[in-house]
Ligand binder design. Structure first.
Ligand SMILES: Cc1cc2nc3c(=O)[nH]c(=O)nc-3n(C[C@H](O)[C@H](O)[C@H](O)COP(=O)(O)OP(=O)(O)OC[C@H]3O[C@@H](n4cnc5c(N)ncnc54)[C@H](O)[C@@H]3O)c2cc1C
Length: 288
């Protein structure tokens, strides 16, 4: 498997700038995220405080960022990172579509107002999971519940349903899909809490109880402490020093995920610092 110098999670301003700076420093780059930058960029109305782009629409700013990255040879690998594991000399990066390896990792995954459901964290890995495609093989002849937050999760449900006996699909977005067969789509179900009872994962909702062998929660974002086991947090943010280094050697973070102020230019600036720190880490690593 190819081992990249720098893997970057997130294609907002922090991740794109980190990728551009890493490229300028001649490092091999794996940039994982959405092809169209982040929604927080592309869906913003008018931005007045980004240097060099006065009164720009979010759509135009996203285009400027992506064009710049493309012109530098930065490619986006469209995928969602499920977990990052420090293996000592390198990092193993588990995504929904593939697994990767990199010598350093920069987390630029933005902030989410996500609050876990009561019982979610306690039962993570013991009935609750964030990646249906990763765990599908374990569901042969079993039942599962999927809490889905985007139409992009529908292929993931189909993949799981090829193995599982039955899948309850609970869309938390405006559903207009065509899922069928052994996928039971239940609309307007509001999840409240999760618990394990008699070896079954139980989802309590405003309209009744669902029980199955496992519950998959397919939110766009995963809490950083779940994304990278052992990561030191400062409240909801990843704790970093001025070089954007975290408590895990070789792992850096930048942008909204490291704390307020939540601003494009701050995110991009931190992306630049994180990349330079990753480069200097790589250079020192090679010397030792
Ligand atoms: C409506 C709106 C207007 C705003 N207006 C302004 C403004 O005028 N000026 C200003 O300075 N700031 C503004 N902001 C704030 C600005 O959007 C953020 O500060 C900035 O986008 C943060 O950049 P980021 O790269 O850290 O994170 P984000 O832009 O949030 O990008 C993070 C990306 O990582 C992706 N990601 C997350 N988890 C994973 C994973 N596991 N695997 C792969 N990818 C993942 C996300 O999907 C997202 O695309 C505005 C925000 C909003 C919502």
């Amino acid at each position: 498997m190819e081992r990249y110098d720098v893997a970057i999670i997130g294609t907002g301003p922090a991740g794109l700038e980190a990728a551009i700076t890493s490229k300028v420093r001649n490092k091999s780059v794996l940039l994982i995220g959405g092809k169209g930058s982040s929604d927080k960029v592309s869906k913003a109305h008018t931005i007045q405080n980004y240097l060099g782009l006065p009164d720009v629409s979010g759509e135009d700013m996203a285009k400027a960022f992506l064009d710049h990255a493309k012109s530098m040879g930065v490619e986006i690998t469209e995928d969602k990172v499920n977990a990052v594991y420090s293996m000592g000399q390198y990092f193993a990066i588990q995504c929904h579509g593939n697994d990767y390896e990199a010598s350093t990792v920069i987390v630029a995954a933005g902030m989410t107002a996500m609050k876990p459901f009561p019982g979610e964290m306690e039962n993570l890995g013991r009935g609750v999971s964030y990646c249906a495609t990763c765990d599908a093989a374990l569901y042969k002849g079993k039942t599962a519940i999927i809490l889905a937050y985007s139409a992009e999760d529908e292929p993931e449900a189909e993949f799981l349903a090829e193995r599982a006996d039955k899948v309850f699909y609970l869309p938390q977005y405006e559903y207009s899909g065509t899922l069928g067969g052994n996928i039971d789509v239940q609309l307007d179900v509001k999840p409240e809490s999760i618990e394990m009872k008699d070896n079954q994962a139980v989802l309590n909702t405003g309209s009744g109880i669902y029980a199955a062998d496992g519950i998959f929660i397919l939110r766009e974002q995963i809490a950083p402490s779940q994304l990278v086991p052992g990561l030191e947090m400062d409240g909801n943010h990843i704790k970093v020093d001025r070089s954007m280094a975290t408590n895990i050697k070789g792992l850096f973070a930048c942008g909204d995920i490291t704390g307020a102020p939540y601003q494009y230019i701050k995110a991009a600036g931190e992306g630049n610092v994180a990349a330079l720190s990753a480069v200097s880490y790589l250079n020192n690593f090679k010397k030792n």
